[in-house]
Write a protein that binds this ligand. Structure first.
Ligand code: DAV
Length: 366
């Protein structure tokens, strides 16, 4: 029996990872939490259904590009088992006309040490997405005697979990920014709700973004669940659609973070990094002015890189400015053609979930 699962941060040498799959992906029907993050001018407003097959095949090709780079660098790659995501779902508390996808895994699985926990997502359409990873979790459970297979408390996602008509069609960008600044988001605090991609793991410290997908109650829950770790709430008032920390504040190695120049981490939250001599560098501009068609995310997926070890990083192939910057910051850059996977939920970091990185739980902010 071997040690299969262990990871404490996003930069120690990566040895085993999960890469998502685009098969059967849906654009989900509108529901209280999702409509709030689809920009008003998006072509996705008001439509839902299976994503076009050609885009699914092309997205999968992109993920295969990533798998090849990882395997060429000695990383073991595991893949989920997609469900028929177009099925309607129901619980005692809600019904939804379909599920979504098993992209990206980073939103669903949180690896902390020898534990992988399935998240408590606020989207109803993602309620059963964890099932795509259960065959892998069972395999790790059988093969690694120390692996802790965990599910966070399931949110009920009744109507009480959301503020209704919170953003209507007419809301301006300025008003969105005011609400972000006031930490006033679509979810309520009746139960913990969180996406794993809002959690940045840095050894003894977890930095968790408060935004459209993760609430304050989740942070309180994390602090009680992991009493030996320190939980820090972070927020980025410059982001009108704050969702997931991994296109906003991205560590490359101990002591170095790239920061989204539009999203403005407040001074008092920067302090802990600066007090410990971490350098926070503004990320390079994205190479694109628009995201690809049918994409939920912003052009800042340019920053959404996957660090293989503190000297090596995979960056999307068309993101030439980001590549150049990382090169200047002393990283070896491996370009990967992945842009056509963006519509399925994200970039290189999003498309993966850590299984094993070398290293232990360190205190970077003593
Ligand atoms: O900038 O749209 C995308 C993050 C996806 N995990 C953004 C955030």
């Amino acid at each position: 029996m071997a040690k299969i699962v262990s990871s404490w941060n996003d930069w120690d040498p990566l040895k085993r990872v999960i890469v998502g799959r685009c098969d059967n992906s849906m654009i989900p029907p509108e529901e209280p939490a999702t409509s709030e993050k689809v920009p008003v001018d998006s072509e996705m407003r008001g439509m839902w259904g299976l994503r076009p097959l050609a885009t699914v095949e092309r997205g999968n090709e992109c993920l295969e590009n990533l798998v090849k780079i990882l395997e060429d660098h000695g990383v073991v790659v595991d893949r989920p088992t997609p469900l028929q995501w177009n099925q309607a779902i129901g619980t005692p508390d809600f019904r939804n006309d379909s599920m979504m996808t098993c992209m990206p895994p980073r939103d669903i699985l949180l690896t902390i040490g020898n534990e992988i926990m399935a998240s408590a997502n606020s989207f109803r359409c993602r309620y059963f997405e964890y099932l795509a990873y259960w065959p892998l979790m069972k395999q790790y459970f059988d093969e690694d005697p120390e692996f802790k297979w965990t599910q966070a408390p399931r949110p009920r996602l009744t109507d009480a979990s959301y503020k209704h008509n919170y953003y209507d069609e007419k809301i301006s960008l300025e008003e969105r920014l005011v609400r972000t600044a006031n930490k006033d988001f679509v979810t309520t605090e009746v139960e913990p709700m969180w996406d794993a991609a809002d959690v940045m793991r840095m050894g003894k410290d977890l930095f968790i973004q408060h935004g459209l997908t993760t609430n304050r109650t989740a942070m309180e829950w994390f602090q009680r669940y992991y009493p030996e770790l320190r939980v820090h709430a972070v927020n980025f008032p410059g982001d009108p659609y704050p969702i997931h920390i991994d296109a906003t504040f991205v560590p490359l190695r101990p002591g170095l973070i790239i920061n989204n120049p539009q999203r403005h981490l407040p001074e008092e939250q920067r302090a802990i990094f600066e007090a410990n001599d971490w350098q926070i560098v503004d990320a390079a501009q994205p190479a694109h002015t628009e995201p690809p068609a049918l994409c939920y995310s912003s052009v800042w997926l340019s920053m959404n890189c996957l660090v293989l070890d503190p000297k090596t990083v995979i960056v999307e192939a068309s993101e030439v400015y980001q590549q150049e910057q990382m090169d200047k910051l002393g990283m070896n850059v491996l370009p990967c053609d992945l842009r056509d996977a963006y519509p399925f939920g994200g970039g290189l970091h999003c498309s993966t979930a850590d299984v094993y990185r070398e290293g232990t739980c360190e205190d970077y902010f003593p």
